[in-house]
Design a protein around this ligand. Structure first.
Ligand code: UDP
Ligand code: MN
Length: 381
């Protein structure tokens, strides 16, 4: 009897111990599964964020997790590590492929070339020999292929056949209407071209091609740029003629045509409703001001794009003697003209005397392009 009781007690103890062992084992298995699941989830969060991209497709190398298979704690951990390593490798490959795809699409733009700039020179028949000939000999000889000369008559005396000459139907008088007619032609020919920039100069301007290229190259492509120098120290005041015959006062800056100015193509395109075809002359008539003011009116007033005031453009309305000889090579445009019966021109101790070169353009040209055939050779050392 005593023996039987002992056996029963031992059996009960063994049963309790067995259930305890089973319970602990079950607990351990559950914990292992939970940890493995957590690693997997964190891996997806880091390596394939579905907000930014759908993530790499599951590949053959990514092991499928099987909850049904019995495995130890170490097995589960190494499987989870393998899985996130495979996911990481796939993500790297996916991103590398995307990057090389982008590199192919975002090819860097080639730098701006001088030939991307459309240069319009405004002249008139009676200035062909006194002004235009000097420009052809100097800076236009370096920019022939993309310089367009807008005039009002043919010329048999001046050898113009190698140049791009546009003989307009504009009147050859100095009136708002005649000047706007030529500017309108300049704008239309530029728009029909594929050039990136439109630059206008008068026939008493020296244009330094390298300085111009340097200035325009600094602007990001496809931006709205109107650059030049005003002749006034305040915005001009004009009275815009309204359709009901009343007027309204408008104020805006404009770059004086006598110092030259440039417009980016993007901006020139936006000007079209007021500048293309007959509209430029109509815009000019609306404010009863000449061509350069009309450009300022369209850009600043109609489009709300401000003029960029540059100190590198010069007309003969300013004192040109204030430009130091050291500063000369950086200037984009220069000019010359009579001011109170005195010649206003830049000061340069150059290759030619002021008597033989009153505009100083020949001396400036020899400073910038000493290899020009008619420039005096420097003395041999
Ligand atoms: N111009 C013109 N037709 C004329 C007079 C002048 O096309 O009847 C041009 C001239 O060739 C120059 C610009 O207008 O390019 C300005 O002329 P100018 O230098 O004589 O006058 P400014 O306005 O500088 O005093
Ligand atoms: Mn002038």
């Amino acid at each position: 009897m005593m023996f039987l009781r002992r056996v029963l007690v031992a059996l009960c103890g063994a049963t309790v111990t067995f259930f305890l062992v089973v319970l602990v084992d079950l607990q351990l298995r559950i914990q292992t599964r939970e940890k493995s699941g957590a690693i997997g989830a964190a891996g997806r969060g880091v390596w394939s964020d579905s907000r930014t991209h759908p993530g790499p497709p599951p590949g053959p190398s990514s092991p499928q997790y099987s909850w049904g298979q019995p495995q130890g704690r170490g097995n589960a951990l190494s499987s989870a590590l393998n899985r996130s390593l495979a996911a990481l490798e796939q993500e790297i490959k996916y991103r590398r492929d995307r990057l090389s795809g982008l590199r192919g699409r975002v090819t860097p733009r080639p730098p701006l070339q001088l030939s991307d700039i459309f240069i319009a020179v405004k002249t008139t028949g009676r200035f062909h020999s006194s002004r235009l000939a000097l420009l052809l000999e100097t800076w236009i000889s370096r920019t022939k292929d993309h310089t367009y000369i807008f005039t009002d008559r043919e010329d048999k005396d001046l050898a113009l056949k190698d140049y791009k000459v546009m003989v307009t139907n504009c009147s050859s008088e100095y009136s708002h209407q005649a000047l706007s007619c030529k500017m309108s032609a300049e704008y239309d020919v530029f728009m029909a071209s594929s050039k990136e920039w439109f630059c206008h100069v008068d026939d008493d301007n020296y244009l330094n091609p390298c300085a111009l290229l340097r200035v325009l190259s600094a602007f990001p492509p496809h931006s709205d740029i109107y650059i030049g120098k005003p002749s006034l120290d305040h915005p001009i005041r004009a009275f815009e003629q309204l359709p009901d015959n009343s007027t309204r006062e408008v104020r805006f800056w404009f770059a004086t045509g006598g110092a030259g100015f440039c417009l980016s193509r993007k901006l020139a395109e936006k000007m079209a409703p007021w500048a293309s075809g007959p509209q430029f002359e109509q815009s000019s008539a609306v404010i009863r001001l000449p061509d350069d003011c009309t450009v300022g009116f369209i850009v600043e007033q109609r489009l709300g794009v401000p003029l960029l005031h540059s100190p590198l453009f010069h007309s003969h309305l300013e004192n040109l003697q204030l430009i130091s000889p050291q500063q000369l090579p950086q200037q984009v445009t220069l000019s010359y003209g009579l001011f109170e019966k005195e010649m206003n021109s830049v000061e340069i101790r150059g290759a030619f005397s002021p008597d033989t070169d009153p505009s100083r353009f020949k001396s400036v040209h020899c400073l910038l392009y000493p290899d020009t055939h008619w420039c005096p050779r420097p003395f041999p050392m």
